[in-house]
Design a protein around this ligand. Sequence first.
Ligand code: HEM
Length: 370
Amino acid sequence: MIDQTMIPDIDPIALPAPIWLLKFLLLLTFTLHILAMNVAVGGGFVAAFTEYFGRKKKSQNHFELSRGIAKMLPPFTAFTITLGVAPLLFLQVLYGQFFYTSTILMAWPWLSVIVIFILAYYGYYIFSFRWEKLNGKRFWAVLISATMLATIGLIYVNNIVLMLTPDKWKAMYFANPHGTHMNFDDATLIPRYLHYIISALAVAGVVVIMWGMRKLKSDEQLGKWAIRYGAWWFLIPTFINIGVGVWWLIALPREFMLMFMGGNQLATGYFLVGLASIFVCIMLMFVGMNASKPIGKIMAAKLFFLITIVTMILMRHELREAYLKPYINWDAVQTEPQWGVIIIFALLLVGGLITVIWMLKKSFGKPAIN
Ligand code: HEM
């Protein structure tokens, strides 16, 4: 028997856009958020290890790369935040009655995100702007900041998973109404979190490869080294993540796991496309990292990697819909589209993205063509 008493009523004000459009925009902006987050968090950890290896091996290549990543971390941290605001709005519009309640249950950890974030962001600025001066302390500066950002990710995963299980809320609240809960007793939480953080390392590996591709023209030796180094950062976390993904899958309640194994055609389809594309991506990356002209293969690998990320995000969405199915009747949700506002939003989103792409090209340049 489902206890609906803990779920607030749906807002009586009709939704300002069709549900399909709100869900599409949620998924689109979340994809952008997670990609930026991967560079900010994964990039921080890769920079820290690169500093460590550089010092151990006394390798100039490592230091050059560390300096290169240092320049990327502050802007990508800013992108993570700004690209997080949009999905936050869509999440509240679509799933507010779940998201607000879980947020209240873990109010203090949730609010602590602001403080942790400011400290981490500051650390990244110091790492970036005082790179030379920090010298021996660079490893710690970037490692501590990246760990703080990863902690924010952990708090997010706790909340996003807790909002899926309204049946737990009542007992949690009456056991402790002070808003200090986390959600670690959910068996899916750790594999879900690890899946995100490990894939952040893989995405950061791809960013290192792109950095290497740009260097090929000015310094071929450094460029080739970075392509291989980045490819290992992509490959090793990706292999580990295949195992973690299986762990997440089997940690899911049985009916949700079976959704991806034929129980739901769409979810199974996403899963199969995601699996196929990651295997093609791995193969292309292996060939590309050893090729004398790597760019074409690596570009193709990136495309398949992006397909994998998108299919994983779609799977995650199907999973949320399945969890919340007993509690939401989408047909009963009223909508009154405000097309004028939607068009302004779409124009600003496109304009904003064009500005960001232009800015990235100006700041980090284009890859050398070979
Ligand atoms: C750098 C710090 C951040 C990190 C590492 C991070 C990481 C993550 C991760 C891993 C998730 C997935 C949670 C899950 O599916 O279980 C997530 C979701 C989300 N993040 Fe971030 N995040 C950060 C900052 C922010 C900020 C500041 C905002 C808002 C302004 C934001 C907005 C969101 C939203 C709305 C979702 C959920 C989207 C959905 O469930 O559809 N994030 N974040």
